[in-house]
Write a new protein. Structure first.
Length: 208
């Protein structure tokens, strides 16, 4: 058992295998509806990627950033040179997958335009016509801003601050510090937006 649990790949494969068994149980007891299951699968993967994204965002802001000043200088390289780059890899790609699947899900459910226009696609009369579209639209806009921050602000600046993949070997220390500060501030912006974003997403599914 220790050998099995010590191998992350095996654990992940087994985890998906258990989920597949649950799918078979569902089909055996509830029957098969291809469209319904397609939409469910998209939502499930969207949520799973979102858990990875927001989990790592909160890890950076609640664990790594506040703890780094307490780490002895001779040990900091272990975090900045190894742990942070790997975490940033999963962080940014989880954000991308969450964003792409969210857009596909909204498109397949027929509310992409209504959500991104905050239910204003038919004008102001009677607004909001469908309150759920307003709620999910707020969540989608907050998520889109957060995704943009990850890919176009946080990640490029972390590349500079940590010299990831040796892309900026000659960057001046002051420029590295400035890049690190920018990345941290926008990471805090995303933390600020994460709670109302999650509220909007959950509210759209359960309050309306």
């Amino acid at each position: 058992m220790a050998a099995f649990l010590g191998n992350l790949r095996n654990v992940v494969i087994a985890s998906f295998g258990l989920a597949a068994i649950m799918v078979l149980i569902y089909i055996a007891t509830q029957g098969w509806d291809g469209l319904l299951f397609e939409l469910f699968l998209l939502r499930w993967l969207h949520v799973a990627a979102g858990v990875m994204w927001i989990g790592l965002l909160w890890y950076f802001n609640f664990v790594q950033i506040p703890t780094m000043p307490k780490v002895p200088d001779e040990l900091k390289k272990g975090v900045t040179g190894y742990i942070a780059p790997q975490a940033l890899f999963w962080f940014r790609w989880a954000a991308m997958v969450t964003m792409v699947l969210g857009v596909i899900l909204a498109l397949r459910n027929g509310y992409l335009l209504e959500a991104y226009t905050l239910d204003l696609s038919d004008g102001l009369e009677g607004w909001p016509v469908v309150p759920k579209y307003l709620a999910i639209g707020i969540g989608m806009w907050l998520g889109t801003i957060m995704w943009f921050n990850v890919w176009f602000v946080i990640w490029p600046n972390q590349q500079k601050a940590l010299n990831i993949d040796n892309k900026y070997p000659d960057l001046a220390p002051a420029d590295k510090a400035a890049a690190g500060k920018t990345a941290m501030l926008f990471s805090r912006v995303n933390t600020l937006l994460s709670v109302p974003m999650l509220f909007s997403m959950v509210a759209a599914g359960h309050l309306y």
